[in-house]
Each structure stands twice: as structure tokens, then as C-alpha cells.
Design a protein around this ligand. Sequence first.
Ligand SMILES: [Zn+2]
Ligand SMILES: [Zn+2]
Length: 340
Amino acid sequence: MKAILLKDFGGPEQLVLREIPVPQVGPDDVLVRVESAGICHHDLLHRAGKLPGAPAGVILGHEVSGEIVQTGSSVTALTVGDRIVGYQRRFCGTCRDCLRGRQDLCRSLSLPAIDTEGAYAEYIRLPAISAIRIPDNVPYPEAALASCPIGTAMRALVSQAGIQAGDTVLVNGASGGLGVHQVQIAKALGAHVIAITGSERKVGFLRELGAGTVLVSDGQYSRDVWAATAKQGVDIAMENLGFTLPQTLRCMGMGGRVVVLGNVSPADVAVSPGLLIGRRIRVQGSGSATLDEVRQSLAMISSGIVRPQIDRILPFPEASRAHALLESRQVDGRIILSGW
Ligand SMILES: [Zn+2]
Ligand SMILES: [Zn+2]
């Protein structure tokens, strides 16, 4: 089969087309013909050698949708022809966290294992427990976003922050892969959304997605948020950037919840304990989603509540160009690889 191999750590040119054997399925696996693969910021970090423990010489990609073409001898819940998305990480299915539905916490198979046999290929082998059926009315490219960007947004807003109708929700990095979906989900659940973007060009786009207030800022936005909320602050904040956490904390109202789920330029930041105590702020880290949250994401796409934001679809052999485009930050939403 054809696959895009990460030859060595480095620039986009390290992604090369290779012919490799089709994976052999074990008794509990399914073989999936890949229809769409999303390109995640995580893939860029892996390619550049900035992801601890992630090896070179592998196939990247964990945002995958496709059709089952073969099932292992023990697989009963899925059949050939099923349209599925893959859960974005390997999980064991038997540990304490998996059994209570928190596959996102499973430690037994470590972090980016799936990238060693990833989605930038004609076929991918998946454990059957990782395959989630796609509703009939959801096309493959849209479905490919359900697991990573949309599921992660759902987990942060619903399960971690406990969003309620009437809440005011701040979303920074709002035009990024997480932000564009958080804005839509928060709006759909009855929140007033304050979207922060670095680009004047994105204002209309964010309003269309459902943001009630859009602020253009280079990172110093707390004063504007304070003014926009009549000095009440926000109930919930989606911290998608990391380095802006001190600004975001200053935007919080009494009893506010901050969910930190992005760290675009990793470095420590200063946090004021007095501010946390004074405003009773809860700060929570979050990442990825549970299997059930991926199912919920597919249902939200199917019902039209969330429109997956896709910048463009490129054929797999253009993976290098796709990585370069994403790095140039000239894209609105995901780039999807599809077709050879
Ligand atoms: Zn991802
Ligand atoms: Zn587990």
C-alpha cells in the first residue's frame, strides 16, 4: 500500500511517499481503508522532533475516518463496509480508567502509539474497540474531525467546565482548530461567547460561527473583556494558547472555571494565588476526549449543531505542502488529506 512516511525529524520535506505492506489484522483488530486524515498541530510537533518519546521512521496521523475492509476473527460488533472514525489514541479497555469510561486517562499503552502506524496511509489497522460508527449523513472529511478537535472541545466545555445556558464563555485562539468548534458548541448550549482572535480578518467569520462578542487582541485582552462584561468577568474560559493564562485569569468572574487545553509556545507563566483565592477560580487541565464524547461529537455534527471547519482537502502525496501551509498559519480550520 501507499503511505506517507516520516523519514527523519525535520521540516515538511521529511514526509515521503513509500510503498509498504498492508498491516495484518489480529483477532481483535479491524483493517480500515483510510478515506480522510486530519492534520493536527500534534503531527507538526512530532515531525519536528518536539514530541517527547515519539519516534521518526513512522507514519503520522491520528484523525482518521474510513471504511472497514476486514475484521479480525474475534470482532463481532463491526462488519466489513462499516463507516468509522478511529479514537485518537490506543487504550487498553480493561484498566480502571477505561472501565469507568475515561479512555482519555488510560496509561497502559502510552502516548502517541497510534502515530507509529498512523492515518497518512491507504490502510490503517485499528483495535475494534477504537472504531466508532459514523452517522450516515456525515461525510468522511467532516467525520475525521470528530475525535480530536471536536471531541477535545466537547470534553473541555461540557465535562470539565460544566457549561450551562446563560454562561459567558471566553474562547482565546478562537479561529484555531479547537476554538472554531468551542465557539459553536458553547453557542449551541446557550452561552454568550466572547471570542479572542489576533486577526481583524477573522472577526466576521467568528461572528458567523456564533460569537456574540469578538475582540481583536495581540494577547492583552483582560481590560477589554472586563469592559465587555460590565466588570463581571466570564464564567468559563477556554485557554487554548497557554502563555496567555495570566491574562485569562484576570478575565474570570467569581467562581469562574478555566480549562487549559493548549500550549502553543511552551513556557512557565506566573499565576497569582491571591487572584485564585479572591475570585474562587478553578483551573483545570484537559486534553483529548472519551469514546463517548467522540460519539457525542459525531451526533452534534450529524444534527447540524456543529459544522466541522475544513480549510481544504489535499491528496495524501501533498502531505508536505499541507504541513507547510499549517505552519504558515494561513489556514482556517483543518486541512484534510484524502485520495492518492
Ligand atoms: Zn489531533
Ligand atoms: Zn486502559
